[in-house]
Design a protein. Sequence first.
Length: 189
Amino acid sequence: MGMSKLCKHCGADFKVAFPSWSRKQFCSQHCHYSWRKEQTLANFWNRVHKTETCWLWTGSIRPNGYGTIGRKGISTHRLAWELTYGPVPQALQVLHHCDNPPCVKPLHLFLGTHIDNMKDKAQKGRAPRGLQSGAYRRSTTKLTIELVGLIKTLYKNGLLQKEVAAQVGVTQSEVSRVLSGKRWAITAD
């Protein structure tokens, strides 16, 4: 009893116990996930509008202007890098030469640390006033007034506390304390 079907991903034969109401299309969970991943990747480049300069993401956009895809909100510029060049090393971020957040053109992207990102922002005049002098200092115990302002701005722009923490280079609990007004210290620069 049962009916034979072909897997939608690999084409293998598999049996379904109750063919009249079974919607099963894959021989295994692995095939199902692999197929979904392939579909996501195929749909990714279909959601990109290529201009003469930048390749703009036309799908979902965060309040800060960066594209996002999937349930987990993967950054589209990071995914474009990974599709083109491979995985991003753990300590690095994907940065833009063009300073256009929705751009996913691989030639406009480069890798750098969080410090590199802050320096790049300062050199291009996009950092908060206090950081434009290049006085950025990463710290897990002391924050400058400028970093506190940056934390509050990033959070107001819709980033989650853990995303703000990764951007600024502090822990999520420090971000929480800053946002709640419980504790933070100003360092003399």
